[in-house]
Design a binder for this molecule. Structure first.
Ligand code: BGC
Length: 767
């Protein structure tokens, strides 16, 4: 089965899409899949994780570093590029097994055919290092000019972010260092090359770029080439950062490309060992799912707990490089089951941004922690009050994502608790996780309303996941998550109190929490959470939803006047109807699958599915998950494929209003993994027990994958007739598994084959 994503031929209309599709990354930086000769008009970007900048009153967004891979080959004054030159073949490919980018083009200049071949990777071993090998061969003797170096004229959406450029050259290395506008951080890039065969080089510099020009006398049929070693860094001290990147480049040049590639590939081998999902009987699904997993690996913070994963990964500055609830709800499960260390980094990010969340709560007059809807380095909210521009008037439109999507605090709390339940790692609670949980619970108490006549707490004036209906009351999803947050806060306190009484006491004191305890427990006892209607079993998405116009999606779409018009907000077409942007109640049914019967899940899936526009890439996977849960894998399958192929096809919403929202879709990538493993294989962790309730698509022979639970490694293989579980020899603990109705405990190194009782349409509806 192939691990190669490739495109043959060159289509200028696909430059942006392919920048996303062929992306490389190592969690610390992302490098778009653009050609080496491209300038900023073609949107190359080396996007740095965790460094943001704001210019004037424009949006704050991540930094794109100067492009250290910039390279042009010039023949007779002509820059070789498929944009402007003749070529007779062109291919780009991404090997997702070892995360290497390959480019092969044969240009034709007169009678001369010049074959150009490049290979590049972002080291998974040294997260500041990028390497590239360039080779070329001509069919006729000629002289090629190689222009290569660091292009500091970077693509920015709301820039320019970099200033005070300093160019340097010495000891064979060139360097470019600059300062960000807002925080005055230094960003430095160093580059060194090794060239086969001696050649004279001339340095060419302008105010933004530092390039070398090298003339190479080429003999027909001979291969020439060079390797580029590039390091990128940022920090407070300009000199220090420059020194670090220079010494990284020197060290890399000593180690050499092949050795570094080999070591990088070993890291990737390990990643796949821990996470590869093998599907038999469906090559398309296999490929798309692997690709989705690749996308998650390239943006995962392996070494830092100060960054999380932005909604568009590291594919550029889109969406302000902001971290949304996408991480906890759609990506975290993949990391929990495959690489809990990375999951830990992701949840610790919420600990490090707690002060920002406290500031936001205070700003709105609440207590506790109200997390940023769009979170960056400090946890202050990057979301603006006017987040969308109306396509008709070209005026900014008031949106309430920032003010009213309070579920974000519950999502953050849920993520922390998920991590704790999966790993049993108390350190996260002790190092600030418990504090976050308590502050989130406190926020919800201060946000809630106690309705005396009904003797219940309600959560009013919120926006749920369905952003087309803003400022609604008692959104079922939000209320259920608020309840869960309160429960989690009490559970965390119980853990601390029994195991770490001193830490418990000092946290209570620090937060002055003792008075809150009674309040929270009263709220937990009396919190209203919308329940299924006894007759229809449908859970109303929010108070009054069922009274809205019940129009079908096709009719709603026939009312659209501009393909980019926003359907929510004050005048949005969906606002007054039952059409929802994305899974809302249905997502709640997935998250709390044990709290609701199969009949309820089915009734709600059937009710909400035709009313969902899937205007967010977060939606399809949820419909896949719940369809698989109720035994309808044929309903689930198209939703799974839509999710898993999103970054391969590039078919996704590119504009909301006038705002460009293209880029990669990590939540959908995580959703693809969830649909396959949690949906079709039916994996679920409940009170320390691992459950499987498979519902495989008819044409799948099997799905096999590794999982990690509480530090123990297992391998699972699900077929239509059995579920085989292997416990790794190195495991230390036994683990209980339940498949269908059968429960067994597997010893370290043991193997067990359970019958797959299967789930077909409507099975298990008894609850
Ligand atoms: C969705 C949000 C999501 C955000 C970032 C929006 O379109 O409605 O739920 O968090 O995109 O992916």
């Amino acid at each position: 089965m192939s691990w190669i994503v490739e495109e043959i031929g060159f289509d200028p209309n696909r430059i942006t899409t392919n920048g996303n599709k062929f992306m490389l990354g190592n969690g610390a930086m992302g490098y778009r899949g653009t050609l080496e000769e491209f300038k900023k008009e073609q949107l190359p970007a080396c996007t740095l994780a965790g460094l943001y900048d704001k210019v004037g009153d424009q949006w704050r967004e991540p930094i794109n570093a100067p492009n250290g891979l910039f390279t042009q080959l010039i023949l007779n004054g002509e820059i070789l590029s498929p944009l402007t030159s003749r070529y007779d073949s062109h291919r780009v490919a991404l090997n997702i097994r070892d995360a290497t980018y390959h480019r092969d083009t044969a240009f034709v200049v007169g009678d001369n055919r010049i074959e150009v071949r490049t290979r590049r990777f972002l080291s998974m071993e040294h997260l500041d290092l990028i390497l590239m090998k360039v080779e070329f061969r001509c069919s006729q003797d000629c002289e090629i000019t190689v222009r290569t170096g660091i292009d500091g004229d970077v693509w920015d959406i709301n820039g320019p972010h970099l200033q005070e450029y300093e160019l340097s050259a010495g000891d064979g290395l060139i360097g470019l260092s600059c300062i960000t506008q807002e925080l005055k951080k230094s960003v430095s890039v160093a580059e060194g090359i090794t060239l086969v065969g001696a050649a004279e080089e001339v340095l060419i510099q302008d105010s933004l770029s530092m390039l070398r020009e090298i003339q190479i006398k080429c003999f027909a049929g001979e291969t020439y080439g060079f390797t580029k070693y590039v390091a990128v860094g940022f920090g407070d001290q300009r000199e220090q950062v420059s020194k670090t990147v220079q010494s990284r480049v020197r060290e890399a040049m000593r180690d050499r490309y092949e050795t570094l590639l080999h070591r990088h590939a070993l890291h990737w081998e390990r990643k796949w060992e821990l996470s590869d999902v093998e599907i038999e009987g469906d090559d398309d699904a296999q490929f798309a799912l692997r690709y989705s997993i690749y996308q998650l690996h390239i943006i995962a913070p392996t070494e830092s707990e100060k960054v999380s994963i932005p909604a568009r990964g590291l594919s550029g500055q889109v969406y302000k490089g902001a971290v949304f609830w996408d991480t906890e709800m759609f990506m975290l499960p993949f990391f929990l089951y495959s690489q809990p260390k990375i999951a830990r980094n992701l949840v610790m990010y919420r600990v490090h941004t707690l002060d920002g969340a406290r500031r936001k709560a205070a700003e709105y007059g609440y207590r506790g922690a109200y997390y940023a809807w769009e979170s960056q380095d400090t946890g202050d909210d990057a979301c603006t009050l006017f987040n969308i521009t109306d396509v008709f008037t070209n005026r900014p439109m008031r949106t309430y994502f920032r003010d009213k999507q309070v579920h974000i605090s519950a999502d953050a709390a849920y993520g922390i608790w998920q991590y704790y339940e999966f790993t049993g790692d108390d350190s996260v609670l002790l190092e600030g996780g418990a504090e976050v949980l308590l502050e989130c619970a406190r926020f919800f108490y201060s946000y809630s309303y106690y309705k005396e006549e009904k003797n219940r707490y309600e959560i009013l004036d919120v926006t749920g996941p369905d952003e087309y209906h803003e400022r609604v009351n008692n959104n079922a999803f939000t209320n259920e998550l608020v309840r869960t947050t309160l429960e989690i806060a009490f559970k965390a306190m119980a853990v601390l109190e029994s195991k770490y009484p001193e830490a418990y006491a000092s946290l209570m004191e620090k937060l002055d929490f003792s008075e809150d305890l009674g309040k929270l427990s009263s709220m937990l006892g009396q919190l209203y959470t919308p329940q299924p209607d006894p007759a229809t079993l449908v859970i109303e998405q929010f108070d009054g939803y069922s009274k809205l116009e019940d129009v079908d999606l096709r009719t709603l779409k026939s009312r659209i006047m501009d393909k980019n018009e926003y359907l929510g907000g004050g005048n949005g077409l969906a606002t007054t109807t039952q059409i929802l942007k994305q899974a809302d109640v249905v997502l709640m049914l997935h998250l709390f699958k044990n709290r609701f019967s199969q009949e309820v899940k089915k009734a709600n899936w059937e009710y909400y599915e035709p009313r969902t526009e899937h205007g967010s890439s977060l939606s399809s996977c949820v419909y896949a998950l719940v369809a698989a849960d109720i035994g309808n894998s044929d309903w689930a399958y198209p939703y799974f494929m839509r999710t898993a192929t999103i970054d391969l096809t590039g078919d996704s919403k590119q504009y909301v209003g006038t705002l460009y929202i293209g880029g990669t879709h990590p939540a959908a990538n995580g959703g693809a993994w969830m649909a396959a493993v949690l949906g079709f294989a039916g994996l679920h962790l409940r009170e320390g027990k691992v459950l499987f309730q498979p519902s495989l698509p008819e044409h799948w022979q099997s799905i096999a994958f590794p999982i990690q639970i509480r530090g123990q490694q297992f391998r699972v293989n699900v077929t239509a007739t059995e579920v085989v579980i292997l416990s790794d020899n190195r495991n230390k603990l036994q683990q209980t598994f339940q498949v269908g109705t059968e429960e067994r405990t597997i010893e370290p190194g043991g193997r067990s084959s359970f019958p797959n009782e299967g789930k077909r349409r409507g099975d298990g509806l008894a609850g």
